[in-house]
Design a protein around this ligand. Structure first.
Ligand SMILES: [Zn+2]
Length: 62
């Protein structure tokens, strides 16, 4: 699992949901220096939406 965690050297967004009954977790590191983590389905969804809107591939669209 550690291999999938984003780092400043390997920026990205990673979401994990170990089982249907377990809360999702997410971690994100952007090449701009921003980073974030979230735990829980609602928080993870918000992180992914915010990240997609403002970071990661979004940088190339602005
Ligand atoms: Zn960014």
């Amino acid at each position: 699992m550690a291999d999938l965690t984003p780092t400043p050297d390997r920026p990205g967004l990673h979401v994990s949901k170990p089982s249907p009954s377990a809360p999702a977790t997410a971690s994100a590191v952007c090449h701009c220096g921003a980073s974030a983590t979230a735990t829980g389905d609602t928080q993870v969804r918000a992180l992914v939406e915010g990240w997609s809107a403002d970071h990661g591939p979004a940088h190339g669209r602005k």
